[in-house]
Design a protein around this ligand. Structure first.
Ligand SMILES: O=C(O)CCC(=O)C(=O)O
Ligand SMILES: [Fe+2]
Length: 347
């Protein structure tokens, strides 16, 4: 007989008073979000990146500087209206508000990432994240597993389809601008990642937690993607980025998408762009949602630093060639290690 599926965090909140040991992070400092300073995260106008105006060059310089320091920026003027972003937040909330039994129609299978559920358990010592998720492959279309795509709320599939198309356009604009900012040919990232690069969506739900000082919504990690587009909750903070060994909280700009470098673009750029370590803290008063879209190279592509960014004297090659990075990623992540360390060359 199969073992019963583990409880989602939402069920724990309803049924149990004590926080189970596997969620408790002993090393976590027990601070609330407002104990941390805000990061100075740059805002970039996506419309300017595609324009031929004089300000385009300045914006591209700003992008390079953002991605080589914080590794992220707030994207505005990206073609999605604030009303549309609110609709995306609304279907996310509506899905997680459904009764548990209804959501379980979309439960992921034990060893598959797609579907609804809690943190995937890959190691015995693993600490669990205080969040429930719905993980869906959204592009290319033949990678979709529609049985996991909610039919309730009614608008879910239509809105996700539109969000997918717009996110793809934004990702391509950003990847081309990243190339130009390095004085390279427009399509070099896109060509390395392949025509059938994937996009996966992760809808995150962070229930309230009576002891936010003991748990983490998401443990510290850097993304395994090439880049990630994040739609934050409109009013509840929780996301934090690490820089120079200190945590900073990410501010909310309701109409912006927060875009960050993932490990694979750090590798392609030979370390010029930084894949930032980030985490999510929880909150005793309010639940929080977010939606991350990961842009992931085709699995059989070899990802390695561009030749033109390697120079034996001034900028030695920092990373090996990697393939199917996302597979090694999860093994490392769940043991609390940084997967990109596996790709580093000893210098
Ligand atoms: O919820 C957030 O703000 C961030 C989530 C995140 O880092 C992720 O899904 O990889
Ligand atoms: Fe992340």
């Amino acid at each position: 007989m199969e073992a019963p599926a583990p409880k989602t965090v939402q069920e724990l909140v309803f049924e149990e008073e004590e926080i189970p040991e596997k969620y408790i992070h002993r090393e976590y400092g027990g601070h609330t979000n407002d104990a941390f300073p805000y990061m100075e995260i740059p805002t970039i106008d996506i419309g300017l990146l595609v324009s031929s105006s004089n300000s385009a060059a300045d914006e591209i310089q700003k992008l390079r500087s953002a991605l080589s320091t914080w590794g992220c920026f707030q994207a505005v003027n990206h073609g999605m209206t604030p009303e549309f972003l609110d609709e995306v937040r609304k279907i996310t909330k509506q899905f997680f508000e459904l009764p548990v039994e209804e959501k379980k129609k979309y439960s992921r299978e034990v060893n598959d990432i797609q579907g609804y559920g809690d943190d995937m358990i890959l190691s015995d010592q693993q600490k669990l994240d205080w969040s429930d998720r719905l993980y869906l492959s959204i592009h290319p279309e033949d990678k979709r597993k529609l049985k996991f795509w909610p039919e309730n709320p009614k608008a879910f599939r239509r809105i996700l389809q539109e969000y997918t198309m717009k996110s793809q356009w934004i990702s391509e604009v950003v990847l081309k601008a990243m190339a130009r900012s390095l004085n390279m040919e427009n399509n070099c990232f896109l060509d390395q990642y392949g025509e059938r690069a994937k996009m996966d969506a992760r809808f995150n739900f962070y229930p309230k937690c009576l002891r936010p000082d003991l748990v983490l919504g998401v443990k510290p990690h850097a993304d395994g993607s090439a880049i990630t587009l994040l739609l934050q909750d409109k009013s509840v903070e929780g996301l934090q980025f690490m820089k120079d060994n200190q945590w900073f909280r990410a501010p909310i700009i309701p109409e912006a998408l927060l875009i960050n470098v993932g490990d694979q673009a750090e590798i392609s750029s030979n370390g010029i762009f930084k894949s930032p370590v980030h985490r999510v803290v929880t909150n005793s008063e309010r639940e929080r949602i977010s939606l991350a879209v990961f842009y992931i190279p085709e699995p059989d592509r070899e990802i390695e630093p561009f030749e033109s960014l390697v120079d034996d004297s001034s900028r030695p090659r920092l990373y090996k060639k990697v393939k199917s990075y996302v597979d090694i990623y999860f093994q490392y992540y769940q043991q609390g290690k940084r997967p990109i360390d596996a790709a580093k060359l000893q210098i």
